[in-house]
Write a protein that binds this ligand. Structure first.
Ligand SMILES: C[C@H]1O[C@H](OP(=O)(O)OP(=O)(O)OC[C@H]2O[C@@H](n3cnc4c(=O)[nH]c(N)nc43)[C@H](O)[C@@H]2O)[C@@H](O)[C@@H](O)C1=O
Length: 259
């Protein structure tokens, strides 16, 4: 890909630049992965998240229409398992009703429906991929998987003593981003546009993720205490390696995400 890729400056809050880029590139496939995608941050930047993740999706769809490409472009929308939030049905499927639990999920709910509406109103080939968590070494450092793995690596080389985390009992269905990107592409290669849920079907807690990561550097973690006073100690030395910090709790958390 290197050398064949052309990058353009763009911003989901700037309609005119979206129209200009779409008009210039004349794409055949558009993948809308643009977002303020951090759930906890969305409680602090709620209006910005709505602008970028919600109305930004509308701007991009309208840019395609403004360039009269709505009958040729195939459009992928990065919808999310966060839409299920406080789940109303187990397992969740394409027909499960949504119950968003954060400004991020509310913005994504608008995006989900505007994509569905443009598909029905203008006969666009537009799909929602409802993806559960997908991780890789490229994951941002303030998401829990990278935060834990980076911190454990630092502990292994002696440049950090202890990790501070939020809700240890929260569970997630983590898949690999590479597989999920292939699924995104496949969604745009079908005969008719459809929405799909993508997940591994397996959930694990943050606590398990911590234990496994420490095992990787040859350390066993033993849990002591409860709530904000809970700590994870290194079994062989009794050194505290994990602390709970309320700063990382969310005002509302998804309740369960059993798939
Ligand atoms: C599908 C969905 O996937 C992602 O959203 P997320 O699941 O919120 O991802 P995360 O890695 O920030 O949190 C996972 C869990 O881990 C808990 N947790 C504990 N302690 C810390 C902690 O210290 N930091 C963080 N970030 N989380 C923590 C936290 O409370 C939560 O229960 C985004 O891609 C999003 O865009 C998306 O659509």
């Amino acid at each position: 890909m290197e050398g064949k890729m052309k990058l353009h400056y763009g911003d989901m809050t700037d309609s005119s630049c979206l129209v200009r880029i779409i008009g210039m590139v004349k794409p055949t496939e558009v993948y809308n992965l643009a977002a303020q995608s951090h759930v906890k941050v969305s409680f602090e930047l709620s209006e910005y998240t709505a602008e970028v993740d919600g109305v930004g999706t509308l701007r991009l769809l309208d840019a395609i229409r403004a360039c009269q490409l709505e009958n040729s472009v195939r459009f992928y929308q990065a919808s999310t398992s966060e839409l299920y939030g406080k789940v109303v049905e187990i397992p969740q499927k394409e027909t499960t009703p949504f119950y968003p639990r954060s400004p991020y999920a509310c913005a994504k709910l608008y995006a989900y429906w505007i994509v569905t509406n443009y598909r029905e109103a203008y006969n666009m080939y537009a799909c929602n991929g409802i993806l559960f968590n997908h991780e890789s070494p490229r994951r941002g450092e303030n998401f829990v998987t990278r935060k834990i793995t980076r911190s454990v690596a630092k502990i292994a080389i002696g440049s950090l003593d202890c990790i501070q985390l939020g809700n240890l009992d929260s569970k997630r269905d983590w898949g690999h981003a590479k597989d999920y990107v292939e699924a995104m592409w496949l969604m745009l290669q079908q005969n008719v546009p459809q929405d799909f849920v993508i997940a591994t079907g397996e959930m694990h807690s943050i606590r398990e993720f911590v234990e496994k990561s420490f095992k990787h550097i040859g350390k066993t973690i033993i849990w002591e205490g409860t709530g904000l006073n809970e700590v994870g100690k290194e079994e062989s030395t009794n050194v505290i390696r994990v602390k709970v910090n309320a700063k990382y709790f969310r005002p509302t958390e998804v309740v369960s995400r059993l798939f």
